[in-house]
Design a protein around this ligand. Structure first.
Ligand SMILES: NC(=O)c1ccc[n+]([C@@H]2O[C@H](COP(=O)([O-])OP(=O)(O)OC[C@H]3O[C@@H](n4cnc5c(N)ncnc54)[C@H](OP(=O)(O)O)[C@@H]3O)[C@@H](O)[C@H]2O)c1
Length: 281
């Protein structure tokens, strides 16, 4: 495959592993030009080389960005704006689950900081690039775990004692859906949707889920769907012509669009989270 200057441009966060890597691979097969936004340069460049070798698509770039540091996110977005003239699809895919309290460079609870706030800043920094594409799409990889989530505005820096990793993860994934709906309301000309990828056999909870969660994840892994299957919902959201113009939805991998939680449908909460995130960034 030769380099194609007219190819649609996709930027995917967390393209160095798991669902993100296979989403990038699937879209590279379809001829999209891909920017893998990764925190680890060595790991990211290996994946980029692998995707080029498998697909023959040479248009695979690397952008170094740590979502746990908003300065790094701003620098990466500026680099992207200098290098390219538009962005057709932004896939906010990177995510973490951690069992014990950790903080971002700016002092926010880390799951909220990486899974929501880093992506909030990235998306806003790339808004102008999206607006230059003819039919732009933003995809936020959330989770069914958002159904149990609440936003505790008094604990977003992990101020309260007794950290609960699962609760913090559910909160961050609820924030993904609220962000999606508020973005869709503010920018109706940019299609923005959230999705659940399925329960997918990645190394997700093995990374910093602590011994208990890591062991539990290892035990359930044989029952989870493959990472290729887990990438399907993101690939479809990014590329299916039938979804052109569809916005503000939450996609289930088996059922298509479905209602997110009642909390996720609260427009006042979505607007409050947006304003809070703007002030925090
Ligand atoms: N697996 C599931 O069953 C499941 C279910 C529902 C939703 N999800 C969601 O799906 C998304 C992908 O998860 P996955 O299962 O593919 O996990 P994964 O295999 O652990 O991949 C996560 C990706 O995020 C990147 N990442 C983590 N912290 C980052 C940071 N600070 N800055 C930049 N990149 C960072 C990782 O980079 P490294 O390669 O450097 O670690 C990796 O590329 C997440 O948003 C997750 O919440 C997963």
């Amino acid at each position: 495959m030769e380099s194609n200057k007219d190819a649609k441009r996709v930027l995917i966060t967390g393209g160095s592993d798991g669902i993100g890597k296979y989403t990038a691979l699937g879209l590279a097969r379809k001829g999209y030009a891909i920017t893998l936004a990764c925190r680890n340069e060595g790991k990211g460049s290996k994946v980029a080389e692998e995707i080029v070798a498998i697909t023959g698509n040479p248009d695979i770039d690397l952008l170094i960005m740590d979502l746990a540091d908003l300065d790094s996110v701003r620098r990466a977005a500026a680099e992207y704006r200098n290098q390219f003239d538009r962005l057709d699809v932004l896939i906010n895919n990177a995510g973490i689950f951690i069992a014990d309290l950790e903080k971002t460079a700016q002092g926010y609870e880390k799951q909220f900081g990486v899974n929501h706030l880093g992506h909030f800043v990235l998306t806003n920094q790339l808004l102008g690039m999206l607006e230059k594409a003819p039919a732009p799409r933003v995809i936020n990889v959330s989770s069914h775990m958002h159904y149990g989530g609440q936003i505790d505005f008094d604990n977003l820096r992990g101020e309260k004692p007794g950290y609960n990793g699962i609760k913090a993860y559910a909160q961050s994934k609820l924030a993904n859906v609220l962000f999606t709906r508020e973005f869709a309301r503010r920018y109706p000309h940019i299609a923005c949707n959230a999705l659940h990828p399925g329960a997918v056999r990645t190394r997700f909870a093995n990374k910093s889920g602590g011994l208990l969660y890591s062991l539990g994840w290892t035990l359930v892994k044989p029952f989870l769907i493959s990472v290729e299957q887990g990438a399907k919902n993101s690939i479809r959201a990014a590329s299916d012509p039938a979804l052109s113009g569809v916005t503000g939805q939450y996609f289930d991998p088996r059922k298509g669009p479905r209602y997110p939680s009642r909390t996720a449908q609260d427009p006042d909460l979505a607007s409050r989270l947006w304003e809070w995130s703007e002030a925090a960034a």
